[in-house]
Design a protein around this ligand. Sequence first.
Ligand SMILES: Cc1ncc(COP(=O)(O)O)c(C=O)c1O
Length: 438
Amino acid sequence: METIEIVKNKERQRSLEESQNYLRRAEGLIPCYTQTLSKGPSQFVQGYAPIYLARGEGSHVFDVDGNEYIDYPLALGPITLGHNYPVVTEAIIRQLKDGITFSLMHPLEVELGELLREVIPCCESVRYSKTGSEVCSAAVRIARTYTGRDIVASQGYHGWHEWYATTTERDYGIPKGMKDFIETFAYNDIEGLKKIFAKHPNKVACVIIEPVSVEEPKDNFLEQVREVCDHYKAVLIFDEIVMGFRIALGGAQEYYRVTPDLATFGKGMANGMPLSVVVGKREIMAACEKAFFSTTFGGEALSMAASVATIKEMRKKNVINHLWQMGAMLKDGYNRLARKYSIPTECIGLAPHNAFSFYDKDKKVSYPLKSLFLRETVKRGILFSGVQNFCFSHTEKDINYTLQAVEESFKFIKEVLEGNCLEEEIGDRVVKPVFRNL
Ligand SMILES: Cc1ncc(COP(=O)(O)O)c(C=O)c1O
């Protein structure tokens, strides 16, 4: 797909006035200003970054002031093909003319399910919803119903619902007792997981993990988690919300060849339309026949039409290969430039979903340095958040342009660091994490 020529957002030409106007109107109207903490103003350098985006085309987005950016957050991952990608847009329009959501079930629920069963290794049965949080909640409920046990062993991020939120500093509004049912352990810490089973004999219903995030498995971690679950007869759930339809169509379970009992998918499956799914072994998924899992928009047809079109296009064009190529080009180029200019930063993680880490003199995470980098690159037309996703519409030209912006930014940052004036340069415009785990 052709990408459009980026308009060089020269600092003096770039106005963010309309973004600021909307932000003022949102004050007091929308708590935190946002529906998604990671898209809110605290995550981008105010005064430099756009605050509201109006539209997207391919790998580029346009803010409400008409400025153009190459998009790397990609809506936090859902965009796998590109914004307004023709095959998907047409599928949505075709379905729109027939209706959006109905009083009975829609055949797309079956058609999409059959397609998912073809591409996801553990998938024998499916149930849909709208968000990652919902299907992660459903997966845990299914596992508890199936095993008759209560304890959840959790690693990674799984959404805003109560059982997960209680493990974070944003644990407000949740009865204290909820914490008693959740144990957390760190990625690659198999001993930590075993301790949870030892502490709660015959009580652990499931282990829910992000099978891979920016850190990769070591010492056969995934195989070992599988073995522990088999030994204790607990349900193994892979949260593939981010990596599904990104590192491989069937997610980490396909990539690492370790098959969980249940898995959740969401972001990448419908090129931006709100759809998620819990899939898994038929025998375990049958718990849905007893447990309560039902929602009005679960079978909404626009998203399903988009998902069928997205998955078919991804298969036809070998989109996954392209995501790996574009991601590797950015990652390698970034790390080469970081070394060239001696900037304490690196790009880590698997190519299709990678992350920039910034360090201070003590090798701790440096938010001021990250903020200065985000500020300098957004001035040059690159929308970075620090976690990069790639889509089929990203081109080599996009990546080369981006690396040129990174190089110019690094040159400036090097001077700032050599002059010892990082704090002075960035002032209080420092981005912060949206929450910390307890
Ligand atoms: C691994 C993982 N699981 C679950 C979720 C929750 O998904 P949602 O925000 O759609 O509720 C996210 C969201 O970022 C995620 O990254």
